[in-house]
Design a protein around this ligand. Structure first.
Ligand code: CO
Length: 198
């Protein structure tokens, strides 16, 4: 099976060169993506594929349940590089309905390290218990929590010194909150974005 991946890679690379002989030479010279994608690690939500973007067009960070932990060096390093070096115009926090991470957060303990990672989601659920508890259908309730989680991560991103300092410098990077439907393949703007002026 792994051999197949190399075979497919060869086919893919050859097809690109056949269509555009300069394709990889141009990509190798520089990357200038307009977008930073912060999404879930779920294999069904690949940033490039669902947005139809080519290599070089989106800088990507993914983790379980698309979280922006204020002390996650990995996410912050990606954020800093994207904002300060690549100077992306848009940061997209994209969650998805049916998120296994959100489900795991609400299904009790016993997931080891994952329970620690997902704590912000449980905290968020506690904060929004008044609006979540009346939702009878568990799937609908969890999907609502997926949306709330995206909005919360947009706010966290906006509160990082990296983004605040970018805004102070006049770099009008915007942070958007989107959610993706695994059932229909469609992206939705949750209209919870911030920034973007100038
Ligand atoms: Co997920």
């Amino acid at each position: 099976m792994l051999k197949d991946l190399f075979a497919r890679n060869l086919e893919w690379a050859r097809a690109h060169v056949a269509a555009d002989p300069e394709y990889f030479r141009r990509l190798a010279a520089q990357q200038a993506p307009e977008y930073l994608w912060i999404g879930c690690a779920d294999s069904r939500v690949p940033a490039n594929v669902i947005t139809g973007l080519d290599p070089g067009e989106v800088f990507v960070h993914r983790n379980v349940a698309n979280l922006v932990h204020p002390a996650d060096m990995n996410c912050l390093a990606v954020l800093q590089f994207a904002v300060e070096v690549l100077k992306v115009r848009h940061i997209i926090v994209c969650g998805h309905y049916g998120c296994g991470g959100v489900h795991a957060a609400m299904s009790g303990e016993g997931n080891g390290l994952l329970d620690h990672w997902l704590e912000p989601i449980r905290e968020l659920a506690r904060q929004h218990d008044g609006s979540l508890a009346p939702i009878q259908d568990q799937g609908v309730r969890l999907n609502r929590l997926c949306e709330l989680n995206v909005a919360a991560q947009v706010r966290r991103g906006a509160e990082t010194p990296i983004v605040r300092q970018a805004w102070a410098r006049g770099h009008g990077v915007a942070i958007h909150g989107w959610v993706y439907g695994i059932n229909d393949g469609l992206l939705r703007d949750l209209e919870c974005g911030v920034g973007g002026a100038s």
